[in-house]
Design a protein around this ligand. Structure first.
Ligand SMILES: NC(=O)c1ccc[n+]([C@@H]2O[C@H](COP(=O)([O-])OP(=O)(O)OC[C@H]3O[C@@H](n4cnc5c(N)ncnc54)[C@H](OP(=O)(O)O)[C@@H]3O)[C@@H](O)[C@H]2O)c1
Length: 359
């Protein structure tokens, strides 16, 4: 894209703290004269300019907002996952990308003045994880997969599912749907999944061997112990929704030296109190686990960035076309409130996406 003025004015969502609203603000990027053609302007040296098309919301976005107290947050952007197009590359920028590349990415800086719910992103390549979208993938699909698929691939890389008995709590979540597919495709011995009746058929079709409908059990321990009686203890428990019901019986449910990974901690939800208590509990349990006091490995998964070659691996897996994507709804840029309301309803079937600009 050729810019004929040095100032690029655009809209982005920002908030000051959790007690102020998330609202659209007008921002400006200062471009610099192009050395080849001084009457046109490009991104500053060392930076790339991305035009954002789609942003998938994550519960993490609203958790960050609900924890945004002064002075941790004074003027923060919102949104992490995105897809879009590289429209300008500044001089001396070694990014490996070229103009017009369609990319997906994750913006990993918390409480930064920039978030991805923004018409443009001006970034240093080292501050951001981006990858070129495979040709068979739309920009909307790409945005909806970034964090959730990346998280499940990182767990799969660490644990390895072949021949293991796996319990997935909250298989109906966006992240859980990919985990069911990965455990099945990577030949887990048995995949037991909790989800509601409305999602049961979908999860079975993705490869789950057994479903436990969480709406029919006040406490999940009983049906899970039934599975242990039938086919033995679990090698892995991966909690994609949040909870702590299994801990009183964990030594029967998990094999010795098995692994309990949680993505959401002890208390589901994004309120300040729930997130804080969850953080306290998971950190204590992680310390006990490291000290060898639990008899199993406990980990709170924190997928912040694509480490090493994880972006490449996750894009290669997606390129196989073997993974089904679930998009619950797409909201226009000016309807973020409604999109957040839907995200927090607990009744989504896949990702809630915001369209910043049409593909
Ligand atoms: N730590 C990390 O790195 C990381 C990365 C990604 C996500 N996460 C966390 O993982 C969690 C899920 O994220 P997401 O985006 O995948 O969620 P999501 O798509 O918004 O989850 C919505 C789903 O939650 C399910 N659900 C509602 N109540 C449930 C219950 N009591 N038990 C089990 N499932 C229930 C529903 O499935 P049914 O249709 O079955 O009712 C619903 O479809 C969030 O807390 C998120 O912050 C963490």
């Amino acid at each position: 894209m050729i810019f004929t003025t040095s100032k690029l004015t655009y809209k982005a969502y920002t908030y000051k703290t959790r007690s102020s609203p998330i609202k659209i603000t007008t921002k400006t990027i200062d471009l610099v004269p192009d050395s080849q053609s001084p009457s046109s302007f490009v991104a500053p040296p060392g930076k790339i300019l991305i035009k954002v098309n789609y942003v998938a919301l994550n519960p993490f976005d609203t958790k960050l907002y609900s924890m945004a107290i002064w002075p941790i947050s004074t003027n923060s952007g919102i949104g992490r996952d995105f897809s879009g197009e590289i429209i300008s590359i500044g001089q001396n920028t070694s990014s490996g990308f070229k103009i017009c590349d369609l990319v997906q990415g994750i913006y990993p800086l918390f409480y930064d003045s920039q978030g991805t719910l923004s018409e443009y992103l001006l970034v240093s390549p080292r501050d951001i994880d981006i990858g070129v979208i495979p040709k068979n993938m739309s920009l909307i699909d790409a945005a909806s997969r970034v964090t959730v698929f990346g998280t499940t691939v990182s767990i799969s890389e660490e644990l390895g599912f072949k021949g293991k008995k796996v319990l997935i709590l909250g298989g109906g979540t966006s992240v859980g749907r990919y985990l069911v597919q990965l455990t099945h495709q990577f030949q887990a011995k048995e995949v037991v999944v909790t989800c509601s009746g409305r999602t049961q058929t979908t999860i079975e079709n993705l490869g789950a061997d057994k479903i436990i409908d969480y709406t029919k059990h006040e406490n999940l321990v009983t049906p899970i112990l039934d599975s242990v009686k039938e086919t033995g203890s679990f090698d892995y428990i991966i909690d994609c929704y949040g909870g702590n019901q299994l801990f009183p019986k964990i030594k029967t449910i998990l094999t010795r030296n098995g692994s309990y990974y949680t993505l959401a901690g002890d208390y589901p939800g994004s309120s300040f109190k729930k997130v804080l208590w969850s953080m306290i509990k998971v950190n204590l349990r992680q310390v006990w686990s490291k000290m060898g006091l639990l008899g199993y490995k406990y980990k709170f998964v924190q997928f912040i960035r694509f480490e090493k070659d994880l972006m490449k691996k996750s894009l290669e897996l997606l390129e196989t076309g073997k993974f089904e994507t679930f998009i619950d709804s797409v909201y226009p840029f000016d309807q973020l409130d409604q999109a957040i309301e839907k995200l927090e309803s607990g009744k989504t079937s896949g990702k809630v996406v915001v369209e910043v600009a049409k593909e």
